[in-house]
Design a protein around this ligand. Structure first.
Ligand code: UT7
Length: 322
């Protein structure tokens, strides 16, 4: 009997404090008009001093567990995608496991920058399909505001904090139809965040902040996401018209619009959370998925295409029948 990974719950969390474009224009030479026109962003949420990736993950995860109507103890595997782990180790997934009071499941983090949630879905789907797990909790949780140089107008306008969660269960019904993930370390220098504690003598002076050649990343993202759309449709023998919803990584509305155009989809079929959340890295597609499902825009039976692109470069897609 064929096994699929079916979505049984989603959750999200956004910190209370909101930083507007006008707030940022007091820090660097920019304006609300420029930021909105070039990125589609107006606001982003900023974690409080006592919040961490694990604390935000806990809130998002509990909402997904509640929606699914299961006990936390039924979860077999927790995968957390984050670029801002609370500790180098234990993993944020282990910290989340403890917060959820789960004694006996497997828990680990993955690092694929903004593509983290898609990579986690791909891993979870392999575990479920081969029978190694039934219920898998995936969380993307990020405190990007602590990695941002608030003096760099090329990056500080973009990022926000938040956590998104999805709970998968094994099912005879589709489910995740396919996942496609890729990496190319060739492009390290276009988008990176150094770890000062691991610095060698050579890069000792590097600050632990996000460093990006935005325009080059932008062009690569548009081209690469166009290719992953083709790869996904071909692998499933599907047409563009078979897709009901696009759930893109939320980095820039111009990148999102380019992918929608490629799919000949109207923006009404795209879940966009960017305007009030900014780029929350690995949390972004999970937060958008949660919003699409909880607003009842996405209905059971709809086909949704999730895609993401991030540092590495890493990129990927997941085609899902909800
Ligand atoms: O999530 C991971 C993947 N990340 C992304 O996908 C991010 C992709 N990149 C982007 O979203 C865009 O490249 C940015 C929004 C970061 C920048 O937009 P852009 O249209 O690519 O601008 P640019 O870097 O080509 O800069 C154009 C001009 C420059 O001025 P000059 O040299 O033409 O005089 C910049 O100095 O805009 C200037 N500029 C700004 N002006 C006002 C750059 N940032 C700002 C700013 N406010 N915040």
């Amino acid at each position: 009997m064929k096994r699929f990974s079916k979505i049984i719950g989603t959750g999200g969390y956004l910190p209370e404090t909101i930083r507007t474009n006008d707030d940022i224009s007091k820090l660097v030479d920019t304006s609300d008009g420029w930021i909105f026109e070039r990125t589609g962003i107006r606001n982003r949420h900023i974690a409080a001093a006592d919040e961490t990736s694990a604390s935000m993950a806990e809130i998002a995860a509990k909402k997904a567990i509640e929606m699914a109507g299961i006990e936390a103890g039924e979860i077999d595997l927790i995968i957390v995608a984050t670029g801002t782990p609370d500790r180098v180790y234990p993993s944020t997934a282990c910290l989340l496991q403890q917060r959820l009071g789960i004694q006996n499941c497997v828990a680990f983090d993955i690092q694929a920058a903004c593509s983290g949630a898609i990579f986690a879905m791909s891993i979870a789907d392999q575990y479920i399909k081969n029978g190694a797990a039934d219920k898998v909790l995936i969380v993307g949780s990020e405190i990007c505001s602590r990695l941002v140089d608030w003096n760099d107008r090329g990056t500080c306008i973009l990022f926000g904090d938040g956590a998104g969660a999805v709970l998968l269960d094994s099912s005879e019904e589709a489910g995740i139809l396919s996942t496609h993930i890729h990496s190319d370390g060739e492009y390290e220098n276009l988008l990176y965040c150094p770890n000062p504690q691991a610095a060698t003598d050579k890069n000792q002076a590097e600050k632990g902040v996000i460093t990006m050649r935005g325009n080059e990343v932008f062009k690569m993202a548009v081209n690469t996401l166009g290719r992953i759309v083709d790869e996904t449709l071909t692998a499933n023998n599907m047409e563009k018209t078979d897709i009901d919803w696009l759930i893109p990584h939320q980095a820039n509305t111009r990148i999102i619009a380019a992918t929608a155009r490629k799919l000949k989809m109207s923006m009404d079929q795209v879940i966009v959370t960017l305007e009030n959340q900014g780029n929350t890295s690995s949390a972004s597609v999970l937060l958008a998925l949660n919003e699409g499902i909880r607003s009842h825009q996405i209905q059971r039976g709809h086909v949704i295409l999730l895609e993401a692109f991030g540092a590495g470069f890493t990129w990927g897609s997941a085609l899902i029948k909800y």
